[in-house]
Design a protein around this ligand. Sequence first.
Ligand code: HEM
Length: 530
Amino acid sequence: MAPLTDLYKQLASHAPHLPFSAFILGGLLAVILYQSLSARRKDKLPPGPRGLPFIGNAHQVPKQTPWLTFADWAKQYGDLMYATVVGQPVIIINSRKIANELMDKRSAIYSDRPVLVCFRSFHFCGYGTSFVIKPYGEDWRKQRRLVAQDFAPSTVGRYHGFQEKETRKMMKEMIQDPANFIPRIKQTIGTIIVRVTYGYYVKSLDDPLLATPLVALENFSEATAPGRFLVDIFPILKQIPRWMPGSAFLSIADAWRQDVMDTCWKPYDWCKDNLKTGKTLTPSVVGDVIENSGGSLSKDDEDALVYAASGIFGGGLDTNMSTAMSFFAYMILNPHVQKKAQEEIDSVVGVDRLPTIADRPDLPYVRAIMAEVLRSCPTIPLCIPHSLTQDDFYEGYFLPKGAWIMPNIWQMLHDPEAYPNPMAFKPERYNGDDAEMEKAKTLSFGFGRRICPGRHFAEGTAFSIMATALATCEIIPGLDANGKEVLPTMEVTEGTIVSPTPFPMRLKMRATPAAQLLFEEELEDPASIE
Ligand code: HEM
């Protein structure tokens, strides 16, 4: 800094040339200010664990339950932490207050998605088309609008009848064959999503309009596994000739891209073609947009619709499936909660009919169970990472443009100050207070402009599963080969979207007329679909 000050003194002595000197002086001051500001920024990054050269903190983040590691770090470094992964800045947020101040209140600059190194294979394999991972901008906005309008609280009720019918069918089949309850839940959630998105009724897990998206979702998990493809780290490998050893990944990428394209276009084409034949069931997200356009969508609008619709599947299947699995696990572990919910349902709904989604306002304890399931086992514990589009400051800390933002949803939902004894599954903790339930649920659906657009729809499916299961069955532990009861461990699978690891379950049908209705109601597939 000394030479600059000397120069400043020399220039100041040239008073007769004031305008020119003032200009130079101003410039110099700006340089000095910038230098000192940069130094301040460097000093004031949020604290965080010291990393290694080049890889940064990558080696300190375990594949299994990284949210617990981040919660541990927070004890030492506080709720706003800074880490790096191969030179990429990552801001980890552990408190609801900070997430709210930054990701909700400043959402205009916190709503981008990172271009993660491993995400390169998305574009390579065709995954980059859906708004779930698109950058914040016009393409994202256009796709999101198409989905959000259909799943708004005011419109989502039109799908309730279908959600109820499918969950009843699911419960009936699970009572008949409880050993296969996991694939049965998967089929039900998939059927609901394909039906409301494309007006198509899925007949089995082997139906190509469900099976292909399921394969694409599995490939997606593999594509995002760090280090799965060397091309993620060395993009130049994309140019490798196919005859060269080590080029096998190009054929895998081709096959995966084909699955993604089939997932996006096949159900769309079916929906479009069958609008004319009357086979497309109404209402549906895609069918309605095509009809409202008078059948003349521009190429851009058609692409936006196709890729937005694929996002519904990507966002809605594993998440709703995980919530249903957690519900059954927590019910096995907490028979007293089941009993209390059954008493509520029996006294409010009665025992002569099955509960519906319209009963939700009158069933506060079942609502509390849903909030507690979403709180206790959040489906996306570290959210889908956001990224910051301009430099920002928070409480004196510098947050650099381009940093990934990772909110630790799990920790926020297990903060003992907000949720005393957070590991206990306790619907009573809300005291019937809907605002408190809403707070827990909202956190599990993300933040700001990226908050889950399917949340009202998802809650309808989840409530219908929970209320129908509780009204009709006692949910009890499954047995091992020796006939001994096996309890769910509540360990979860690896990945961005997590689910309880598989557990056995038995269902004992309740002796009520309502439970009997599962076997008497018309639950067959709609006749219009062959
Ligand atoms: C219990 C079920 C669900 C949970 C817990 C859940 C949770 C989430 C979370 C945490 C995010 C990330 C939000 C963020 O980045 O801040 C998200 C995004 C998303 N969800 Fe859900 N979700 C569920 C069900 C659904 C359903 C049923 C649909 C479709 C109808 C859906 C569609 C989406 C989409 C499209 C996005 C990406 C939004 C964007 O990037 O703009 N989700 N969800």
